[in-house]
Design a protein around this ligand. Structure first.
Ligand SMILES: C[S@@+](CC[C@H](N)C(=O)[O-])C[C@H]1O[C@@H](n2cnc3c(N)ncnc32)[C@H](O)[C@@H]1O
Length: 236
């Protein structure tokens, strides 16, 4: 897995934010010629070699998903009718899209992501949200942890649900957008490792996102199927 060592800013007004992340994640600031870094701005970007991604929650495809979050029926079914009062451990936080939808739906979510670059892109997306009550309340329900989620294995039973969204590694040629192509290149695919580990400990509910046609490693108690993805739900 690649990760950043540097956090950059071009405009002076972003210096404080960049310094905050530099201290928090032990990064250099404005070190030239590094292949992988985050640049702080109003739409912060993660750079890797000649490629970059951003993570806006206020414009683009994910912003439209946010506006219609009440129609997230697959997620609602996967987590069940108590979703609005649940505590959820999101073991594969990534860009935080699923974490944010779950928080908008009322859940208290612990976002765990091992990659510093992606964790910062998520924190930046939250920082740049408009200060409406609707967003402020959702952000308050999110705890961000930059860590390997295996560190949370022993705490699994304290959460109402554990969520795993592994990298999709399809033999079939599914449509990959720019962000997915970037992540394929930037991150390693750990296959079913996290699922195997969490499936073996005490949990209340384990929700795993999969490609629609993927074969389940272990028969789930519930299978919530959408057009291209499905959620396997295990209940103890
Ligand atoms: C497919 S992405 C998750 C996307 C996320 N659900 C979203 O909505 O943006 C999988 C993420 O899991 C992270 N990951 C994989 N293994 C992990 C581990 N052991 N601990 C923490 N994060 C992990 C990867 O770095 C990657 O960012």
């Amino acid at each position: 897995m690649s990760d950043i060592e540097t956090i950059n800013f071009v405009e002076e007004r972003y210096k404080k934010t960049a310094s905050h992340y530099a201290n928090k994640y032990e990064l250099n600031t404005n070190l030239p010629n590094t292949p992988c870094y985050v640049e702080i701005s109003d739409e912060s970007k993660l750079f890797f070699l000649d490629h970059s991604i951003s993570n806006s929650f206020v414009k683009g495809k994910f912003a439209s998903r946010i506006q219609k979050y009440q129609t997230e029926n697959l997620i609602k079914k996967a987590f069940g009718k108590n979703i609005s009062s649940m505590s959820i451990l999101d073991c594969t936080g990534g860009l935080g899209h699923d974490t944010f939808i779950l928080a908008l739906l009322g859940a208290n979510v612990t976002y765990v992501e091992q990659n510093k670059g992606l964790t910062i892109l998520f924190e930046e997306a939250l920082r740049c949200l408009p200060p409406t009550k609707y967003f402020i309340d959702a952000v308050k329900r999110i705890t961000v942890r930059q860590s390997d989620s295996r560190a949370f294995l022993e705490q699994a039973e304290h959460y109402d649900a554990i969520y795993i969204d592994p990298m999709f590694n399809s033999e079939k040629k599914l449509a990959r957008n720019k962000t997915m192509t970037f992540l394929d290149m930037y991150l390693d695919d750990h296959g079913n490792e996290l699922f195997d580990l969490f499936a073996a400990v005490n949990y209340k509910r384990l929700v795993v996102k999969k490609e629609g046609r993927a074969v389940s490693v272990k028969k789930p108690n519930l299978e919530i199927k959408g057009k291209s993805v499905k959620f396997d739900v295990y209940i103890k």
